[in-house]
Write a protein that binds this ligand. Structure first.
Ligand code: HEC
Length: 110
């Protein structure tokens, strides 16, 4: 997996983080956020191009970013290289929801 290098970079990686197991309720929370806050630039479904050609479809971002480092970014507002990204301020619940949703839509080419 290409996320390995990112994992290695994050010094405080926690080994005891449970594997991805998401409550459908969280996926719903995340879907809601994506539909209201991300869809103007990103494709948020399992197919289709992003409205903004420079914004990757969200179904691919976990292939670029390790889920945990992405979670950290979300928790501390998003700092994942968004030039015109609005300043998101997610609660823990929203962050988990967003990650759950992102995970649920990933299409990895494995
Ligand atoms: C105003 C437009 C806009 C909105 C709204 C937006 N994004 Fe983005 N996003 C971008 C652009 C443009 C990029 C590509 C940035 C780059 O590659 O430098 C991007 C990239 C990303 C990436 C990959 C980071 C990278 O550097 O490749 C993630 C993850 C992401 N967005 C998540 C989200 C999430 C989650 C939301 C909703 C909560 C969201 N974005 C809302 C424009 C937006």
């Amino acid at each position: 997996m290409s996320a390995l290098s990112l994992t290695a970079l994050s010094a405080c990686q926690q080994e005891d983080t449970p594997p991805q197991q998401f409550d459908p309720a969280f996926i719903e929370i995340g879907r809601e956020i994506a539909q209201t806050q991300c869809v103007s630039c990103h494709s948020i479904g399992q197919s289709g191009d992003s409205p903004r050609s420079d914004a990757p479809p969200l179904r691919t971002v976990l292939g670029i970013y390790n889920a945990e480092s992405l979670a950290d970014d979300f928790r501390e507002h998003i700092h994942v290289g968004h030039p015109d990204m609005p300043d998101f301020d997610f609660t823990v619940k929203e962050t988990e929801g967003l990650l759950a949703y992102l995970t649920s839509i990933q299409v990895t080419d494995k």
